[in-house]
Design a protein around this ligand. Structure first.
Ligand code: ADP
Length: 177
């Protein structure tokens, strides 16, 4: 499924983030940049040790923010490590922190000159953010950012690992004003 906003394509695919041939892929990192399971484990496993070496030098990243490293052996050029919030009921600023993680990732992509960027579904795995709610926040944030930054990105690809997550993002994209 896809939609064009200005000159930028917003594309949803079912797949594996580590296989994407784009300028930058986004990692669902933790604030210590310490490595973990899910997307993070897959990126470090397939990207090789250079990514973790750079993460150690950077040291950490606050929730709602994002930092950049190289992409090691992955087919992308950069990894944007974004730290989404852990869901704890929705009254601890989780919505704003999730929107911020997406926005900051797009900002990092712009700063490094990326034209194509691929995201996983930040925070909806181990961090337990409800996926329908996350999908609406994520795609609304991307849409707003693209409208504020025309002609910066050619493609924002959201790579969903399973059908249920894909369906949630597809419904959110269909409902996006
Ligand atoms: P978080 O800790 O931010 O919740 P996770 O990595 O646990 O991040 O999960 C985020 C989402 O990414 C989940 O939907 C999970 O199924 C999905 N996911 C896991 N591995 C991959 C992968 N290799 N590519 C794309 N998405 C993945």
């Amino acid at each position: 499924m896809e939609r064009t906003i200005g000159t930028t394509r917003l594309v949803l695919v079912e797949g594996d983030i580590t296989e994407q041939r784009v300028d930058a892929i986004v990692n669902a990192a933790n604030s210590r940049l310490a490595g973990g399971g899910g997307v993070d484990g897959a990126i470090h496993r397939r990207g090789g040790p250079s990514i973790m070496e750079e993460c150690r030098r950077i040291g950490g990243c606050p929730t709602g923010s994002a930092v950049v490293t190289g992409a090691g052996n992955l087919p992308a050029r950069w990894v944007v490590h974004a730290v989404g919030p852990v869901w704890s009921g929705g009254k601890r600023g989780e919505d704003d922190l999730l929107a911020s993680a997406w926005r900051e990732s797009l900002e990092r992509a712009r700063e490094i000159g990326a034209r194509t960027v691929a995201f996983p579904s930040l925070s909806t795995g181990a961090y337990r953010f409800p996926v329908d709610r996350a999908a609406r926040i994520a795609l609304g944030t991307v849409r707003d950012w693209i409208l504020e930054h025309p002609d910066v990105l050619d493609e924002v690809r959201v790579v969903l690992f399973d059908r249920a997550t894909y369906d949630a993002y597809a419904a959110a994209l269909a409902d996006l004003p």
